[in-house]
Design a protein around this ligand. Structure first.
Ligand code: GTP
Ligand code: MG
Length: 412
């Protein structure tokens, strides 16, 4: 569903200065150490100029000419394709991943075309969550989507159902940045009215879009700059892969028409410069920060809560192998305890049986002993009785009687 390939300019030196080195000192120094890394998603119907705008933004051919990004396995009619490139801006490195949806809104029934996009955003959150449980933050590869650029068709009317439906599905998961595509197709007046109606629709449907903010610690210049950026939302942009060298020998990115020339990097012609300033220069770190502490955190909390309520073990296992291991260990422990208790019960029963048998035979022995004792006692008493009797019947002659006898018959 999601394939990654290196863009045509996989290691490109930027021709123009896009602004990475103009970051605030702290952010710049931190990013110099870790390297700038930014993951952006571009979504919109075919032919709205997504590839051309990305090439124009980073002043390189991330997408090759006529690249139609259809090299991936089709999935639910919308393919997700990642282009990875490393850019050099005044010696500063930027690892840029552009995730592009091909085939979005190109079908007769586009009701579900948001699904593959949301699934992709969520699977990136899941991957981050899995890493978070396994390794220290410094080692985590952050593939979360930091910004989603949604291309609005330049109809000049208002948002279409497909736009509203899509934005409602993604706005809580990603920093949503809607842009009016191919703004050179509309007049300046058309654009002003179109922008107003878009913002009214966004507000009415409770859609959250990314807007730069300011506070009291910001310099007055910065506040003016930010307010101006906000007033231009949604940015009406023009992109081009064509160049023209002007009278002063300066190479300009342009769209050429019979009636004149539209310059991409000319703020009088379109909002490209403001859009690029916000995305690459003034708010890239804020977009990453918000992704981390707000959008990802909300997703993480919701996921953990839902796991707790539903007890969906398949999600549980997929999501955290160490928790799975812990749970299996606990189940094994319970099984062992049960087996041990059963063995103890059998053992105790055997002992009881043996003890009661011993007791029984002891009692039998005692009874026999008692019987024997009684019978011996009886026999002894009987003998005693008989002896007495015998003694009375056969009494021996006394010596006195003997003498008398001898005196009468003195025959000797
Ligand atoms: N008028 C006008 N045409 C543009 C603009 N940007 C791009 N195009 C043209 O529109 C056509 C499609 O541009 P791509 O950049 O390939 O559009 P895409 O959105 O990537 O298209 P898919 O990859 O098919 O989804 C090309 O012929 C571009 O030259 C623009 O700002 N204005
Ligand atoms: Mg394209």
């Amino acid at each position: 569903m999601d394939s990654t390939k290196l863009g045509a300019g996989s290691k490109a030196k930027l021709q123009t200065h896009v602004g990475l080195s103009s970051y605030p000192k702290q952010v710049y120094e931190h990013s110099l150490k870790t390297g700038f890394k930014f993951n952006m998603m571009v979504v919109g119907e075919s032919g709205l100029g997504k590839a051309t705008l990305i090439n124009s933004l980073f002043d390189t051919k991330i997408f090759a000419e006529n690249e139609d990004s259809n090299i991936v396995i089709p999935s639910k009619n919308v393919d997700i394709n990642t282009m990875s490139t490393e850019l050099l801006d005044s010696g500063v490195k930027l690892r840029l991943n552009v995730i592009e949806s091909a085939g979005f809104g190109d079908n007769i029934n586009n009701e579900d075309c948001w699904k593959p996009v949301v699934e992709n955003i969520e699977s990136r959150f899941d991957s981050y969550l899995t890493q978070e449980n396994k390794m220290p933050k410094s080692k985590i590869v952050d593939n979360r989507v930091h910004a989603l650029i949604y291309f609005i068709k330049p109809t000049g009317h208002s948002l279409r159902a497909i736009d509203i439906n899509f934005m409602k599905k993604v706005h809580s998961k990603v920093n949503l940045i809607p842009v009016v595509a191919k703004a050179d197709m509309l007049t300046q007046d058309d654009i002003a009215g179109f922008k107003q109606r878009i913002m009214a629709d966004i507000q009415m449907h409770g859609i959250n879009i990314f807007k730069p903010t300011w506070d009291s610690s910001d310099s007055s210049d910065m506040v003016i700059e930010t307010k101006e950026l906000v007033s231009k939302i949604p940015f009406a942009v023009v992109g081009s892969d064509s160049f023209m060298v002007d009278a002063n020998g300066i190479k300009r990115r342009v769209r050429v028409y019979p009636w004149g020339i539209v310059e991409v990097e000319n703020s009088a012609h379109n909002d490209f410069i403001s859009f690029r300033n916000m995305l690459v220069k003034s708010n890239m770190e804020e977009l990453k920060f918000l992704t981390d502490v707000s959008l990802y955190e909300a997703y993480r909390t919701q996921k953990l809560l839902s796991m707790g309520h539903v007890q969906d073990n398949s999600v549980f296992r997929e999501f955290n192998p160490s928790v799975l291991y812990e749970e299996e260990r606990r189940l094994q422990e319970i099984k062992m305890q049960k087996m041990e208790a059963e063995m103890n019960a059998v053992f105790m029963q055997k002992i009881q049986e043996k003890e009661s048998k011993l007791k029984q035979s002891e009692e039998e022995l005692y009874a026999r002993h008692k019987d024997m004792k009684l019978s011996l006692e009886k026999q002894r008493n009987e003998l005693e009785e008989r002896k007495k009797k015998m003694e009375t019947v056969a009494r021996p002659i006394t010596p006195m009687e003997k003498k008398t006898k001898k005196g009468l018959f003195n025959l000797s």
